[in-house]
Design a binder for this molecule. Structure first.
Ligand code: GDL
Length: 421
Protein backbone atom coordinates (compact mmCIF):
# COMPACT_ATOMS: atom_id res chain seq x y z
CA UNK A 1 0.00 0.00 0.00
CA UNK A 2 1.42 3.40 -1.02
CA UNK A 3 1.68 6.40 1.27
CA UNK A 4 -1.08 9.04 1.12
CA UNK A 5 -0.53 12.36 -0.67
CA UNK A 6 2.57 14.29 0.43
CA UNK A 7 1.49 17.44 -1.24
CA UNK A 8 -1.85 18.96 -2.12
CA UNK A 9 -2.21 22.41 -3.54
CA UNK A 10 -2.05 24.86 -6.37
CA UNK A 11 0.29 25.69 -9.22
CA UNK A 12 0.25 29.20 -10.59
CA UNK A 13 1.53 27.73 -13.82
CA UNK A 14 -0.56 29.12 -16.65
CA UNK A 15 0.23 31.40 -19.59
CA UNK A 16 -1.06 34.97 -19.50
CA UNK A 17 -1.43 37.51 -16.70
CA UNK A 18 -0.03 36.26 -13.38
CA UNK A 19 -2.00 36.71 -10.17
CA UNK A 20 -1.32 39.78 -8.05
CA UNK A 21 0.30 39.52 -4.62
CA UNK A 22 -3.08 40.29 -2.99
CA UNK A 23 -4.75 37.51 -4.98
CA UNK A 24 -2.07 35.05 -3.95
CA UNK A 25 -2.58 35.97 -0.32
CA UNK A 26 -6.29 35.35 -0.70
CA UNK A 27 -5.50 31.97 -2.23
CA UNK A 28 -3.26 31.03 0.72
CA UNK A 29 -6.19 31.77 3.04
CA UNK A 30 -8.44 29.40 1.07
CA UNK A 31 -5.72 26.78 0.96
CA UNK A 32 -5.17 26.92 4.71
CA UNK A 33 -8.90 26.47 5.32
CA UNK A 34 -8.95 23.40 3.04
CA UNK A 35 -5.76 21.81 4.41
CA UNK A 36 -3.78 22.37 1.20
CA UNK A 37 -0.06 22.56 1.89
CA UNK A 38 1.82 23.47 -1.31
CA UNK A 39 1.85 26.44 -3.69
CA UNK A 40 4.08 26.35 -6.76
CA UNK A 41 5.07 29.73 -8.14
CA UNK A 42 5.42 29.18 -11.91
CA UNK A 43 3.57 31.83 -13.94
CA UNK A 44 4.76 31.23 -17.47
CA UNK A 45 4.72 34.95 -18.28
CA UNK A 46 6.57 36.19 -15.23
CA UNK A 47 9.50 37.48 -17.29
CA UNK A 48 12.16 36.29 -14.84
CA UNK A 49 10.69 32.82 -14.35
CA UNK A 50 11.19 31.70 -17.96
CA UNK A 51 12.09 34.11 -20.78
CA UNK A 52 14.81 35.87 -18.76
CA UNK A 53 15.50 33.10 -16.25
CA UNK A 54 19.19 34.03 -15.92
CA UNK A 55 18.51 37.56 -14.68
CA UNK A 56 17.90 38.39 -11.05
CA UNK A 57 14.55 39.93 -10.17
CA UNK A 58 14.45 43.72 -9.96
CA UNK A 59 14.40 45.02 -6.41
CA UNK A 60 10.66 45.66 -6.26
CA UNK A 61 9.89 42.12 -7.48
CA UNK A 62 12.34 40.69 -4.96
CA UNK A 63 10.41 42.31 -2.15
CA UNK A 64 7.16 40.89 -3.48
CA UNK A 65 8.56 37.36 -3.66
CA UNK A 66 10.10 37.57 -0.20
CA UNK A 67 6.84 38.64 1.36
CA UNK A 68 4.86 36.02 -0.58
CA UNK A 69 7.13 33.27 0.66
CA UNK A 70 6.67 34.41 4.22
CA UNK A 71 2.89 34.88 3.80
CA UNK A 72 2.60 31.36 2.47
CA UNK A 73 4.55 30.03 5.45
CA UNK A 74 2.33 31.90 7.88
CA UNK A 75 -0.60 29.99 6.34
CA UNK A 76 1.29 26.70 6.70
CA UNK A 77 1.65 26.57 2.92
CA UNK A 78 4.99 25.53 1.43
CA UNK A 79 6.11 28.14 -1.12
CA UNK A 80 7.96 26.46 -3.99
CA UNK A 81 9.64 28.71 -6.53
CA UNK A 82 9.90 27.20 -10.02
CA UNK A 83 12.56 28.20 -12.51
CA UNK A 84 12.02 27.34 -16.20
CA UNK A 85 15.38 27.61 -17.93
CA UNK A 86 14.63 25.15 -20.74
CA UNK A 87 13.89 27.53 -23.61
CA UNK A 88 17.56 28.33 -24.21
CA UNK A 89 19.52 26.62 -21.46
CA UNK A 90 22.91 25.36 -22.61
CA UNK A 91 24.26 22.78 -20.17
CA UNK A 92 27.57 22.68 -22.03
CA UNK A 93 28.20 26.37 -21.29
CA UNK A 94 29.83 27.02 -17.89
CA UNK A 95 28.22 30.45 -18.01
CA UNK A 96 24.75 28.86 -17.89
CA UNK A 97 25.71 26.44 -15.13
CA UNK A 98 26.79 29.45 -13.12
CA UNK A 99 23.67 31.41 -14.03
CA UNK A 100 21.46 28.61 -12.74
CA UNK A 101 23.04 28.60 -9.29
CA UNK A 102 23.24 32.39 -9.26
CA UNK A 103 19.49 32.65 -9.81
CA UNK A 104 18.69 30.05 -7.16
CA UNK A 105 21.04 31.78 -4.71
CA UNK A 106 19.34 35.13 -5.37
CA UNK A 107 16.07 33.52 -4.30
CA UNK A 108 17.36 31.66 -1.26
CA UNK A 109 18.63 35.07 -0.12
CA UNK A 110 14.98 36.19 -0.13
CA UNK A 111 13.96 33.35 2.16
CA UNK A 112 12.76 30.93 -0.54
CA UNK A 113 13.56 27.38 0.56
CA UNK A 114 11.88 25.09 -1.92
CA UNK A 115 12.47 24.94 -5.65
CA UNK A 116 11.33 23.27 -8.82
CA UNK A 117 12.92 23.07 -12.25
CA UNK A 118 10.52 23.02 -15.19
CA UNK A 119 11.34 21.75 -18.67
CA UNK A 120 7.82 21.71 -20.15
CA UNK A 121 6.88 23.35 -23.44
CA UNK A 122 10.39 23.73 -24.77
CA UNK A 123 11.94 22.67 -28.09
CA UNK A 124 12.53 18.92 -28.21
CA UNK A 125 15.91 17.72 -29.39
CA UNK A 126 16.05 14.76 -31.80
CA UNK A 127 18.13 12.80 -29.27
CA UNK A 128 15.64 12.71 -26.45
CA UNK A 129 17.80 10.63 -24.12
CA UNK A 130 20.63 13.16 -24.47
CA UNK A 131 18.20 15.95 -23.61
CA UNK A 132 17.03 14.03 -20.54
CA UNK A 133 20.64 13.44 -19.46
CA UNK A 134 21.45 17.14 -19.60
CA UNK A 135 18.33 18.00 -17.64
CA UNK A 136 19.27 15.44 -15.00
CA UNK A 137 22.79 16.87 -14.75
CA UNK A 138 21.47 20.41 -14.43
CA UNK A 139 18.96 19.29 -11.79
CA UNK A 140 21.60 17.46 -9.76
CA UNK A 141 23.83 20.52 -10.03
CA UNK A 142 21.09 22.60 -8.36
CA UNK A 143 20.21 19.85 -5.88
CA UNK A 144 23.83 19.64 -4.68
CA UNK A 145 23.85 23.40 -4.19
CA UNK A 146 20.59 23.26 -2.20
CA UNK A 147 21.78 20.33 -0.09
CA UNK A 148 24.80 22.39 0.90
CA UNK A 149 22.59 25.37 1.76
CA UNK A 150 20.34 23.72 4.32
CA UNK A 151 16.69 23.61 5.09
CA UNK A 152 14.73 23.10 1.84
CA UNK A 153 13.25 19.84 0.60
CA UNK A 154 14.33 18.06 -2.60
CA UNK A 155 13.58 19.68 -5.96
CA UNK A 156 10.43 19.12 -7.95
CA UNK A 157 11.02 18.43 -11.65
CA UNK A 158 8.76 18.90 -14.67
CA UNK A 159 9.88 16.79 -17.62
CA UNK A 160 9.64 17.73 -21.30
CA UNK A 161 7.53 14.59 -21.82
CA UNK A 162 5.02 15.37 -19.08
CA UNK A 163 2.01 13.37 -20.28
CA UNK A 164 1.37 10.23 -22.31
CA UNK A 165 0.53 12.16 -25.48
CA UNK A 166 3.95 13.87 -25.31
CA UNK A 167 5.89 10.65 -24.64
CA UNK A 168 7.87 9.50 -27.68
CA UNK A 169 7.05 6.94 -28.91
CA UNK A 170 5.05 5.81 -25.82
CA UNK A 171 5.33 6.00 -22.04
CA UNK A 172 6.87 2.55 -21.73
CA UNK A 173 9.20 2.86 -24.74
CA UNK A 174 10.34 6.47 -24.26
CA UNK A 175 14.15 6.75 -24.04
CA UNK A 176 13.62 10.16 -22.40
CA UNK A 177 11.45 8.87 -19.54
CA UNK A 178 13.56 5.74 -19.12
CA UNK A 179 16.69 7.81 -18.58
CA UNK A 180 14.92 10.01 -16.03
CA UNK A 181 13.76 6.93 -14.16
CA UNK A 182 17.25 5.45 -14.09
CA UNK A 183 19.32 8.52 -13.38
CA UNK A 184 17.30 11.20 -11.60
CA UNK A 185 17.94 11.31 -7.84
CA UNK A 186 15.10 9.23 -6.36
CA UNK A 187 14.29 11.98 -3.86
CA UNK A 188 13.23 14.29 -6.68
CA UNK A 189 9.52 14.26 -7.54
CA UNK A 190 8.51 14.28 -11.19
CA UNK A 191 5.39 16.00 -12.52
CA UNK A 192 2.89 14.26 -14.79
CA UNK A 193 -0.37 15.66 -16.23
CA UNK A 194 -1.97 12.30 -17.15
CA UNK A 195 -2.77 10.91 -20.60
CA UNK A 196 -3.10 14.41 -22.03
CA UNK A 197 -2.05 17.96 -21.25
CA UNK A 198 -5.61 18.54 -20.02
CA UNK A 199 -6.81 15.07 -19.07
CA UNK A 200 -10.57 14.53 -18.80
CA UNK A 201 -9.90 11.12 -17.20
CA UNK A 202 -6.84 9.72 -15.42
CA UNK A 203 -6.84 6.05 -14.51
CA UNK A 204 -4.88 4.58 -11.61
CA UNK A 205 -3.37 2.03 -14.01
CA UNK A 206 -1.98 4.78 -16.28
CA UNK A 207 -0.20 6.22 -13.23
CA UNK A 208 1.16 2.84 -12.20
CA UNK A 209 2.53 2.51 -15.74
CA UNK A 210 4.41 5.81 -15.64
CA UNK A 211 5.56 5.12 -12.06
CA UNK A 212 7.24 1.91 -13.26
CA UNK A 213 9.16 3.88 -15.89
CA UNK A 214 10.04 6.82 -13.63
CA UNK A 215 10.75 4.50 -10.67
CA UNK A 216 8.73 6.74 -8.40
CA UNK A 217 5.14 7.80 -8.00
CA UNK A 218 4.48 10.82 -10.23
CA UNK A 219 3.39 14.14 -8.78
CA UNK A 220 0.16 15.07 -10.51
CA UNK A 221 0.24 18.48 -12.22
CA UNK A 222 -3.45 18.68 -12.91
CA UNK A 223 -4.59 21.01 -15.69
CA UNK A 224 -8.24 20.00 -15.24
CA UNK A 225 -9.31 23.53 -14.34
CA UNK A 226 -6.78 25.44 -16.48
CA UNK A 227 -8.35 28.03 -18.76
CA UNK A 228 -5.37 29.70 -20.41
CA UNK A 229 -6.10 28.02 -23.75
CA UNK A 230 -9.57 29.55 -24.16
CA UNK A 231 -11.21 32.92 -23.67
CA UNK A 232 -14.73 31.47 -23.82
CA UNK A 233 -14.65 29.17 -20.82
CA UNK A 234 -13.99 28.88 -17.17
CA UNK A 235 -14.19 25.73 -15.09
CA UNK A 236 -16.39 25.83 -11.99
CA UNK A 237 -17.55 22.22 -11.91
CA UNK A 238 -16.62 19.35 -9.59
CA UNK A 239 -13.27 17.56 -9.66
CA UNK A 240 -13.99 14.41 -11.63
CA UNK A 241 -12.61 11.72 -13.91
CA UNK A 242 -10.13 10.69 -11.22
CA UNK A 243 -11.00 7.51 -9.24
CA UNK A 244 -10.34 7.70 -5.49
CA UNK A 245 -7.64 5.01 -5.79
CA UNK A 246 -5.60 7.50 -7.85
CA UNK A 247 -4.64 9.15 -4.57
CA UNK A 248 -2.31 6.35 -3.59
CA UNK A 249 -0.67 6.20 -7.02
CA UNK A 250 0.68 9.77 -6.93
CA UNK A 251 2.94 11.53 -4.45
CA UNK A 252 0.69 14.58 -4.53
CA UNK A 253 -1.86 16.58 -6.47
CA UNK A 254 -1.16 20.15 -7.53
CA UNK A 255 -3.76 21.93 -9.65
CA UNK A 256 -2.95 24.53 -12.28
CA UNK A 257 -6.34 26.25 -12.41
CA UNK A 258 -8.35 29.00 -14.13
CA UNK A 259 -6.38 32.12 -14.99
CA UNK A 260 -8.75 34.50 -13.13
CA UNK A 261 -8.28 33.74 -9.43
CA UNK A 262 -11.73 34.22 -7.90
CA UNK A 263 -13.63 31.61 -9.95
CA UNK A 264 -11.20 28.97 -8.68
CA UNK A 265 -12.94 28.69 -5.35
CA UNK A 266 -15.40 25.90 -6.20
CA UNK A 267 -13.00 23.78 -8.25
CA UNK A 268 -10.18 23.92 -5.72
CA UNK A 269 -12.60 23.31 -2.84
CA UNK A 270 -13.73 20.20 -4.71
CA UNK A 271 -10.12 19.05 -5.14
CA UNK A 272 -9.56 19.34 -1.38
CA UNK A 273 -12.83 17.49 -0.80
CA UNK A 274 -11.67 14.71 -3.14
CA UNK A 275 -8.33 14.46 -1.36
CA UNK A 276 -10.10 13.85 1.96
CA UNK A 277 -12.91 11.69 0.53
CA UNK A 278 -14.13 8.34 1.85
CA UNK A 279 -15.59 5.55 -0.30
CA UNK A 280 -18.96 6.52 -1.71
CA UNK A 281 -17.75 10.02 -2.60
CA UNK A 282 -19.24 11.38 -5.80
CA UNK A 283 -18.06 14.29 -7.91
CA UNK A 284 -21.61 15.67 -8.19
CA UNK A 285 -22.11 15.84 -4.41
CA UNK A 286 -18.66 17.35 -4.03
CA UNK A 287 -19.51 20.01 -6.61
CA UNK A 288 -22.67 20.88 -4.70
CA UNK A 289 -20.78 21.20 -1.41
CA UNK A 290 -18.24 23.46 -3.09
CA UNK A 291 -20.90 25.73 -4.56
CA UNK A 292 -22.70 25.96 -1.21
CA UNK A 293 -19.45 27.05 0.41
CA UNK A 294 -19.02 29.67 -2.34
CA UNK A 295 -22.60 31.01 -2.20
CA UNK A 296 -21.99 33.62 0.55
CA UNK A 297 -19.72 35.52 -1.89
CA UNK A 298 -22.86 36.18 -3.93
CA UNK A 299 -25.37 36.78 -1.17
CA UNK A 300 -23.49 39.24 1.03
CA UNK A 301 -25.35 42.57 1.23
CA UNK A 302 -28.28 41.31 -0.82
CA UNK A 303 -31.89 41.79 0.29
CA UNK A 304 -33.56 38.39 0.58
CA UNK A 305 -35.80 38.88 -2.47
CA UNK A 306 -32.80 39.49 -4.74
CA UNK A 307 -30.42 37.02 -3.17
CA UNK A 308 -28.74 34.52 -5.41
CA UNK A 309 -29.97 31.00 -4.72
CA UNK A 310 -28.04 27.74 -4.78
CA UNK A 311 -29.95 26.93 -7.98
CA UNK A 312 -28.83 30.18 -9.67
CA UNK A 313 -25.23 29.40 -8.89
CA UNK A 314 -25.55 25.76 -9.93
CA UNK A 315 -26.96 26.96 -13.24
CA UNK A 316 -23.98 29.22 -13.90
CA UNK A 317 -21.54 26.51 -12.80
CA UNK A 318 -23.17 24.00 -15.15
CA UNK A 319 -22.61 26.43 -18.00
CA UNK A 320 -18.92 26.87 -17.13
CA UNK A 321 -18.35 23.30 -16.03
CA UNK A 322 -15.26 21.21 -16.73
CA UNK A 323 -13.11 20.73 -19.82
CA UNK A 324 -14.88 18.90 -22.65
CA UNK A 325 -18.22 18.93 -20.84
CA UNK A 326 -21.03 21.20 -19.77
CA UNK A 327 -23.23 20.41 -16.78
CA UNK A 328 -26.76 18.95 -17.02
CA UNK A 329 -28.60 22.28 -16.75
CA UNK A 330 -26.52 23.76 -19.56
CA UNK A 331 -27.19 20.73 -21.74
CA UNK A 332 -30.96 21.26 -21.27
CA UNK A 333 -30.56 24.95 -22.06
CA UNK A 334 -28.70 24.18 -25.25
CA UNK A 335 -31.35 21.67 -26.31
CA UNK A 336 -34.02 24.31 -25.77
CA UNK A 337 -31.97 26.86 -27.71
CA UNK A 338 -31.63 24.49 -30.66
CA UNK A 339 -35.38 23.90 -30.62
CA UNK A 340 -36.13 27.64 -30.53
CA UNK A 341 -33.70 28.29 -33.36
CA UNK A 342 -35.68 25.80 -35.48
CA UNK A 343 -39.14 26.55 -34.15
CA UNK A 344 -39.30 30.11 -32.83
CA UNK A 345 -42.83 29.61 -31.46
CA UNK A 346 -41.98 26.61 -29.31
CA UNK A 347 -43.21 28.00 -26.02
CA UNK A 348 -41.86 25.35 -23.61
CA UNK A 349 -38.35 25.84 -24.96
CA UNK A 350 -38.64 29.61 -24.81
CA UNK A 351 -39.63 29.27 -21.17
CA UNK A 352 -36.47 27.26 -20.49
CA UNK A 353 -34.38 30.02 -22.08
CA UNK A 354 -36.13 32.73 -20.10
CA UNK A 355 -35.59 30.84 -16.85
CA UNK A 356 -31.92 30.33 -17.73
CA UNK A 357 -31.44 33.99 -18.43
CA UNK A 358 -33.06 34.85 -15.08
CA UNK A 359 -30.48 32.72 -13.25
CA UNK A 360 -27.68 34.51 -15.06
CA UNK A 361 -29.13 37.95 -14.50
CA UNK A 362 -29.60 37.35 -10.79
CA UNK A 363 -25.99 36.30 -10.36
CA UNK A 364 -24.75 39.21 -12.45
CA UNK A 365 -26.87 41.72 -10.55
CA UNK A 366 -25.73 40.40 -7.18
CA UNK A 367 -22.11 40.79 -8.21
CA UNK A 368 -22.63 44.25 -9.67
CA UNK A 369 -24.08 45.46 -6.40
CA UNK A 370 -21.97 43.36 -4.03
CA UNK A 371 -18.63 43.87 -2.31
CA UNK A 372 -16.44 41.34 -4.14
CA UNK A 373 -15.42 43.43 -7.16
CA UNK A 374 -12.71 41.00 -8.23
CA UNK A 375 -15.25 38.23 -8.51
CA UNK A 376 -17.47 40.53 -10.61
CA UNK A 377 -14.59 41.46 -12.90
CA UNK A 378 -13.53 37.84 -13.32
CA UNK A 379 -17.01 36.49 -14.04
CA UNK A 380 -18.51 39.43 -15.90
CA UNK A 381 -17.35 38.54 -19.44
CA UNK A 382 -18.74 35.03 -19.14
CA UNK A 383 -22.06 35.99 -17.55
CA UNK A 384 -22.57 38.86 -20.00
CA UNK A 385 -21.75 36.63 -22.95
CA UNK A 386 -24.41 34.00 -22.24
CA UNK A 387 -27.00 36.58 -21.14
CA UNK A 388 -26.52 38.55 -24.35
CA UNK A 389 -26.72 35.50 -26.61
CA UNK A 390 -29.92 34.35 -24.88
CA UNK A 391 -31.42 37.80 -25.32
CA UNK A 392 -30.54 37.77 -29.01
CA UNK A 393 -32.10 34.34 -29.48
CA UNK A 394 -35.24 35.22 -27.52
CA UNK A 395 -35.70 38.45 -29.50
CA UNK A 396 -35.43 36.58 -32.80
CA UNK A 397 -37.89 33.94 -31.55
CA UNK A 398 -40.36 36.59 -30.48
CA UNK A 399 -40.21 38.10 -33.96
CA UNK A 400 -40.69 34.63 -35.46
CA UNK A 401 -37.26 34.64 -37.09
CA UNK A 402 -34.96 31.64 -37.39
CA UNK A 403 -31.91 33.62 -38.45
CA UNK A 404 -30.01 36.15 -36.39
CA UNK A 405 -26.79 38.08 -36.70
CA UNK A 406 -23.65 36.04 -36.03
CA UNK A 407 -21.38 37.69 -33.49
CA UNK A 408 -19.07 34.90 -32.50
CA UNK A 409 -15.94 36.02 -34.32
CA UNK A 410 -13.31 33.86 -35.95
CA UNK A 411 -12.38 31.73 -32.92
CA UNK A 412 -16.00 30.80 -32.39
CA UNK A 413 -16.45 30.03 -36.09
CA UNK A 414 -13.43 27.71 -35.95
CA UNK A 415 -14.74 26.01 -32.82
CA UNK A 416 -18.09 25.37 -34.48
CA UNK A 417 -16.34 23.30 -37.16
CA UNK A 418 -16.01 20.49 -34.61
CA UNK A 419 -19.48 20.86 -33.13
CA UNK A 420 -21.87 17.98 -33.91
CA UNK A 421 -25.14 19.16 -35.47
C1 GDL B 1 0.74 23.14 -20.48
C2 GDL B 1 1.66 23.90 -19.60
C3 GDL B 1 0.94 24.80 -18.63
C4 GDL B 1 -0.37 25.34 -19.21
C5 GDL B 1 -1.23 24.16 -19.54
C6 GDL B 1 -2.64 24.48 -20.05
C7 GDL B 1 2.18 21.92 -18.21
C8 GDL B 1 3.22 21.08 -17.55
N1 GDL B 1 2.59 23.00 -18.92
O1 GDL B 1 1.17 22.32 -21.22
O2 GDL B 1 1.80 25.84 -18.28
O3 GDL B 1 -1.03 26.18 -18.31
O4 GDL B 1 -0.58 23.39 -20.54
O5 GDL B 1 -2.62 25.28 -21.19
O6 GDL B 1 1.03 21.62 -18.11
Amino acid sequence: MNEPLNSLGVIEGFYGRPWTPAQRRRLYGWMASWGMNTYLYAPKDDLWHRARWRDPYPLREQEVLASLASDARSHSVRFVYALAPGLDFDWGAPRDQKALLGKVASLTALGVRDFALLFDDIPCRPDRAAQAKEQVQATHHVQRFLDAQGPGGPLLFCPTEYCAERAVPTVTASPYLKLLGEQLDPRIEVFWTGPQVVSPQISAESLREVARVLRRRPLLWDNYYASDYTSRRLHLGPYGGRPLELRTEVSGILCNPNTPLEPNFPGLASVADYAAASPGWTAEASGERALNAWLPEFTAHQPAELAVTAEDLAFVADTLYVPHRTGPRAIRLLEAARRVADEPRHQASRTVLLAGRRHFRRVLHALETGPNRDLLYDLHPFLADVTEELTRLLAAAKAGRTTFPYRGGLADGLLRLGWPE
